[in-house]
Design a protein around this ligand. Structure first.
Ligand code: NAD
Ligand code: TDX
Length: 338
């Protein structure tokens, strides 16, 4: 009998990576999971509680650590799923340096390890590599859309995607890529839009909307994203890019008003604050090929229900976030926007 497949999950103590580990524990209990995570401000051991995953604290840009962990994997059955990144646009405008180091040098380091060891890689990326779309339009991003990133964050993610594609073509590395729209759900760091507003309201602060709130994001529940990643691991073709999105376009103002309503507040109980410099206007994903070729469908069709679950999670898990709340808000106060 063949032994259970193993996966190495980089960034598995962060928001989406820990969601992936929880999802795997539920849906693929036979898979053995090792997490490689540096436990930056964005990662936490608590996010892996109850999953049975093994956590190795280390840097994806450290070749010795990465080569040893990739070397444990069997090229015939196992894979690396690469979530580790610096992920917050606002932070990248304040100090881009860790973005270049982790997103570019880290992805390079991992690519060299999978190249040496012949192990398959799945690279997790973002729709922000395509830049933004005009407000009010109907166009959507496809795999053919030209890369046009706006921020230091999205530029380093775009560069990491290009490295993966080049390693496939130049060195024959086996790798798939996915570019997903904005995720929401449990265990998202409270610097991000949705959990920031929820925890502001839970801690006696006011919600904060950048500019007029007309910018549009295409929201997807984190479990739908991770179900799609598993579809790609199972059936994706090497060298291909799959766009992941759940037709969840909403303006920031709409999302905020849903949160206010779920939490029993009035629709005007928020502050307009200074806008993010270079703020992308609109993102929208055409996930047709993923649906047709790999048979993926989102389960959280109703964002209101997903948001209500998310509000409940932050209400029930104050210990997970309350210790860092003051620091996150002090940082926003110092930034000059937000
Ligand atoms: P996150 O910031 O919540 O988590 C990132 C994790 O990576 C943290 O646990 C952190 O400790 C770890 N990490 C950072 N630097 C590291 C390093 N040098 N070595 C090892 N670990 C390191 O991010 P997230 O929102 O969960 O995003 C995960 C991935 O998904 C990223 O690649 C991001 O670009 C991508 N993505 C995110 C979204 C979204 O809406 N959040 C959408 C599409 C794609
Ligand atoms: O307090 C806020 N008020 C506000 O109006 C914050 C933190 C954000 N916003 C706005 C900015 C964006 O238009 O909300 C929108 C979402 O902001 P973020 O949560 O910072 O996400 P975004 O910049 O869209 O990027 C996210 O989606 C794509 C993730 O952080 C990225 O990692 C992912 O690649």
């Amino acid at each position: 009998t063949s032994r259970a497949a193993r996966i190495l999950v980089t960034g598995g103590a962060g928001f989406i990576g820990s969601g992936f580990v929880h999802y795997t524990a539920r849906a693929r209990p036979e898979v053995r999971v090792t997490v490689l995570d540096k436990l930056t401000y964005a990662g936490s051991r608590a996010s892996l509680e109850g999953t049975g995953a093994r956590l190795v604290v280390g840097d994806v840009a450290d070749p010795k650590t990465v080569d040893a962990l990739v070397g444990e994997l069997d090229p015939a059955t196992d894979a690396v799923v690469h979530f580790a990144a610096e992920s917050h646009n606002d932070n990248s405008l304040d100090d881009p340096s860790p973005f270049v180091q982790t997103n570019l040098v880290g992805t390079f380091t991992l690519l060299e390890a999978v190249r040496r060891r012949g192990v398959r890689l799945h690279h997790v990326s973002t729709d922000e590599v395509y830049g933004d779309l005009p407000l009010g339009g109907r166009g959507r991003f496809t795999e053919q859309t030209a890369y046009n990133p706006s921020s230091p964050y999205s530029a380093t993610k775009a560069g990491s995607d290009m490295l993966v594609r080049a390693w496939v073509r130049s060195f024959g590395v086996t790798a798939t890529l996915s570019n997903c729209s904005n995720n929401y759900g449990p265990r998202q760091h409270i610097e991000k839009f949705i959990p920031r507003q929820i925890t502001n309201l839970l801690s006696g602060r006011r919600a904060k909307l950048y500019g007029a709130g007309r910018n549009v994001r295409d929201w997807i529940h984190v479990d739908d994203h991770n179900a799609a990643v598993w579809r790609i691991l199972d059936g994706g073709r090497s060298g291909r890019t799959y766009l992941i999105g759940a037709d969840g376009e909403r303006s920031n103002l709409q999302v905020l008003q849903s949160i206010l309503s779920i939490m029993g507040r009035g629709p005007d109980e928020f502050d307009h604050v200074a806008d993010r410099p270079g703020h992308d206007l609109r993102y929208a994903i055409d996930a047709g090929p993923l649906r047709r070729e790999l048979g993926w469908e989102p389960r959280y069709a109703d964002m209101e229900a997903g948001l209500a679950d998310t509000v409940a999670w932050y209400r029930d898990n104050r210990d997970w976030w309350s210790g860092v709340k003051d620091r996150v808000e002090d940082r926003y106060d110092a930034l000059g926007w937000g």
